[in-house]
Design a protein. Sequence first.
Length: 343
Amino acid sequence: MDQIILQFLNGLDKGSAYALIALGLTLIFGTLGVVNFAHGALFMIGAFCAVTLQRILNLSTIVEDPTKTDFLGNPAKISTPYVESWFGPEVGATLIDWSVPLAILFAIPIMVAIGFIMERGLIKHFYKRPHADQILVTFGLAIVLQEVIKAFYGANPIPTGAPEAFRGSFDFGVLIGFDPNAIIYPYWRMVYFAFAAVIIGAVFAFLQFTTFGMVVRAGMADRETVGLLGINIDRRFTIMFGIAAAVAGLAGVMYAPINSPNYHMGMDFLVLSFVVVVVGGMGSLPGAVLAGFLLGILEAFASMNQVKAIVPGIDQIIIYVVAIIIILARPRGLMGRRGVMEE
């Protein structure tokens, strides 16, 4: 029983990442009708926003410490981060320790700006082109962004630590009545799940309860009619592209302590996220979230040794097997609109 609960928690962790990326993909497809293969690169850039802020906060200057001396008796020179010099040792150390959560504020304007530039500079020219053209151009853009990150940060993964308060593991088993140490789960993975739930809830609340969101939903259902009412729906869709980019970026920021950022992490999540979108239903936001968590949980259970002993390698293909079954049985996906992908 404890293994089942542990794998369920692992599934929620993976599903959170899948759902966040798929949510952004679905926002873009639902509003602009664009199949954006560069969305995984936005997730990667978000992770490297966390890396960048951590490096900025660790920039140091050489200062003399009169309380220490070198072998010649002169005041010792030590490397001190600028933030500790400016705000004091305690505040500076706290800022460095909390660099990943602070990177949320750092990443939002960067990701929104990148989203605007991508949409206005490239993707808007492919709105009326076939999906194959959209896939080719956005996939090429993803490769370019990947190589840019590789050139600046190198090819090796860059460890990015969570705040010290959230390092280590939580005895989840005791909380639900199991023996101590039966179910040990990392704090930061639980933080990531809670963060994903907040972001998903915020996106749905924004679309459901704000005037801007209502107009966007109306535009997704009938773009031409909304345009005839004198509303600049294209501008609102461009803003939604920026929001989708920010969602992907924030997913990457908070995932950095779980999976050390590397230049190909976007591609690793991209294909799986598109499978999630197709399973959930192209253009369906609830479907993307539901499928993200569902497939994340299935993948976690398929990785159990007992399951792999029966079907070797099932953990590598389970998501695709489920996707094939659902597409054959229900081409529009779990919650897709009737007629979508059913022609």
